[in-house]
Write a protein that binds this ligand. Sequence first.
Ligand SMILES: NC(=O)c1ccc[n+]([C@@H]2O[C@H](COP(=O)([O-])OP(=O)(O)OC[C@H]3O[C@@H](n4cnc5c(N)ncnc54)[C@H](O)[C@@H]3O)[C@@H](O)[C@H]2O)c1
Length: 253
Amino acid sequence: MPTPSNMRGKAALVTGAASGLGRATALSLARAGADVCIVDLNPAGLEETAAQLRALGARTPVHATDLALHANCQAAIAAAVKEFGRLDALCNVAGVIVMCNAHEMRAVDFEKTLAVNLSAPFYLIQAAIPHLLETQGAVVNVTSSAAFIGEAYAAAYCASKAGLNNLTKALAMEYVHKPIRFNAVAPGGMLTNMGTSIKMPEGVDYTLVKRYSGLRGMVEVEDVAEMIAFLASDAARGYHGACITIDKGITAG
Ligand SMILES: NC(=O)c1ccc[n+]([C@@H]2O[C@H](COP(=O)([O-])OP(=O)(O)OC[C@H]3O[C@@H](n4cnc5c(N)ncnc54)[C@H](O)[C@@H]3O)[C@@H](O)[C@H]2O)c1
């Protein structure tokens, strides 16, 4: 990354901050000087993150909610703005994955995957735009290497992440003359709760799975978090509409 992020005096909102990449992102932003509103479904995990953020000196409102619901996305942005009086960065990190044979996927799982991974970022962005225009702020969406390649047993996840990648680009174009930036980061496999708890479906063909499991091992969570914090900061002023892969070559060929 060209310059260390400086977020002093800035306010950020991070979803998925109860664990994994969301927590690491909140910590990276706080180390860069930001106050961080943390949002997640998991209140206990949020409290653990909050304690670590406060130890770094960050103001840290905690907002436990289910982002699968439109109204909750709007309320999360409103809570952050009420607390800070401003919003400089929105980092959409929360996500879910259900691996299964496509013909067996339950409608409820397909719809939840799209609701959390694609609709929620859009509703959060919608609510955040007026505030980010005021502060010349930024949105960073977390997608996946699965946004660029088809992965077996992950049809809903791939569709949701590819959708979020192109949503990022569409918004970048629509607001190209406005003081707001939209970017995405697409990690490969990381050793988070999601990365370690994936269950393969009955009868899985591992020759298919092997193709996208990475030739250089897992991606370090902190590397991705640092990139998100950088993109959220003014140091990334040249980045707009970028979808940056951090996957140790998975999508290279
Ligand atoms: N772990 C990987 O291998 C990997 C690879 C590529 C991309 N990603 C993406 O990285 C992001 C972070 O995932 P992670 O790896 O840290 O996994 P994680 O499971 O540790 O974190 C995901 C977080 O999202 C939260 N969440 C899920 N549903 C929610 C909802 N309805 N409302 C609010 N919060 C909700 C969870 O409670 C959890 O804290 C996700 O978008 C994921 O798709 C992960």
